[in-house]
Design a protein around this ligand. Sequence first.
Ligand code: FAD
Length: 431
Amino acid sequence: STQEKTPQICVVGSGPAGFYTAQHLLKQHPQAHVDIYEKQPVPFGLVRFGVAPDHPEVKNVINTFTQTAHSGRCAFWGNVEVGRDVTVPELREAYHAVVLSYGAEDHRALEIPGEELPGVCSARAFVGWYNGLPENRELEPDLSCDTAVILGQGNVALDVARILLTPPEHLERTDITKAALGVLRQSRVKTVWLVGRRGPLQVAFTIKVPRPRKRLTELLLRTATEKPGPEEAARRASASRAWGLRFFRSPQQVLPSPDGRRAAGVRLAVTRLEGVGEATRAVPTGDMEDLPCGLVLSSVGYKSRPVDPSVPFDSKLGVIPNVEGRVMDVPGLYCSGWVKRGPTGVIATTMTDSFLTGQMLLQDLKAGLLPSGPRPGYAAIQALLSSRGVRPVSFSDWEKLDAEEVARGQGTGKPREKLVDPQEMLRLLGH
Ligand code: FAD
């Protein structure tokens, strides 16, 4: 059938999940055509807007994604927000299959009193700010206090702590935004606490892969108990900034300053562990502790949003209900990445799971489970978008923006100076 010859497939989202799904489909099916829709005018999702600026090697995956985008059977359409500019039913009508790979764009709320006070912000917004995410570009966090508290002990919490503590001159040659670097240069933050409800050993012993955890636990124990050698002791004594982990503490309230105008601390309930193995829970002992600070960053997780009323969504787990990437009860609709599994796992995990989704889709195609007959693909969507006044940004448009960013970075020795204003990006493209 025609469908078997030229399946028209689209992917929603151009982060690792979107690009790895597209890569798999293009590689494993010699005729498949894949369009990638992205709401930002620029591609790569959290590789651009999440991964810390001082970890440039992680961003090398962009080279592979660029190769995928250069395939004659792949197209990138940025500046198109699915659910707003075009609906999922419209995409399903135009394509043989649709893959939702739109990530996890929300943050989990702390749900404690005082959370709305100035001086409290989500780690997600803070990361978006230093990485040039358009919606966070005006965040300008107030770093005039000496202590910051990060609620959460995951990788994102560690990234944020490192950015707050790194001497700004060490960030000068990264792709951190100029504005963020300016604010960090003025920072008076000296101490950063990372607060977690549970303890190091409990974390180490309940996860499924014991070996890396065992190593991590040993490292934590060694650092905490071993006396440093003379050189290390001198280095620590001369350090102007410090950080620490506070275990067994559960946030109860953000404490206001005397005038009630901003955050001045966090009230923590001391916890202890109950139960064994997977069932271990942190329960309050009844003791409280107040930790004074001027900045509170909540880093208790990302969360996906529902994209379109026609797509099933599990709002409790924050994912699209699916079996190995096949969206439940909706033939021809698939998902991959954080919106499929929830917001955990590194890029490599996302790659594996996206390849698996691609494989399921191709199996269904082969089994004749996808619509038969030709589908118009982008031609139909282009007409809809243009009738709605939406002008997509192509991959070659992105390459112009990319060149502009690289050029702007050159004078200061940065790999790029990111454009942070979508209007400016569109202007540069003559849109
Ligand atoms: P995303 O990367 O979020 O991509 C989703 C894309 O969909 C985005 O481009 C978004 O704009 C787009 N989108 C959303 N809604 C719509 C819509 N309605 N229409 C069209 N497009 C839409 N992993 C590592 O391996 N190393 C690291 O150092 C590392 N650092 C990280 C740092 C942070 C702060 C975070 C949050 C994660 C980090 N990760 C790291 C994890 C890694 O980023 C994720 O595993 C991966 O990005 C998930 O891929 P995804 O494609 O599912 O989501």
